[in-house]
Design a protein around this ligand. Sequence first.
Ligand SMILES: [Zn+2]
Length: 264
Amino acid sequence: MDIKKLDYDKKKKKMRFLIQKGSAAYTNTLRRIILDNVPTMAIEDVEFRKNSSVLYDEMISLRLGLIPLTTDLKAYNLPKKCTCKGAGCARCQLKLTLKTKGPKTVYSSDIKTKDPKVKPVYDKIPIVKLLEGQELQFEATATLGAGKEHAKWSPGLIFFRSFPQIKISKQPEEPQKIVDSCPKGVFEIKTKKLVVNDKRIVECDFCEACLEEAAEKGGIEVKPSATDFVFILESWGQLEPKDIMKNAFDAFDEKLSEFKKLLK
Ligand SMILES: [Zn+2]
């Protein structure tokens, strides 16, 4: 199996790479390990001191849990693997507080953190609207967790699609029409002939607009590869994509060693 990097957008925290000579099963295993096993920080417990807003405590807690927090994996342990054995200590928990009064919209930026490395990824996530005289005050506990327990701990959006195999067996009468039909710009004309643009082919998402255009005359074939895949990883912001990948490989190794131990 070969893995090649396609692009890495540091600002958008998005990474794409190409898996060649692999299988859908293996690629999906990688996707599931990232979703289920790469840990991130999220709010797990909330203790309300005051809440006179229109939302119930439970509703606000749910909203708080879904706020992505920047994660420092070196400083925190998973509660289960911590030396405190899950009782809660500075190595596996972080307290976040909020104290505010209306009238205003409470945003994620109003949350105060004791660790500058762990804070909401985005400042403008609305939590609740407070009217004149309404108050909100709470202490929240953030912990490391994994996506297999709750989706709030998933590190991002991960998906893959087959690499397209495009064959032009017969030149169409009007090649420009095919070029124009593709919303991803996969085709181009070179020396009056319709060809596939090698740099753009990766963008093909099998919309088959080109096939519709060429339907009457035939000659174009678009097939998904069974061995080559485009893998797309977009972080929610808690971790950098490359750290997500590194941790996924570590988690994979750990699973295989566990299996090896069981066999012994
Ligand atoms: Zn601990």
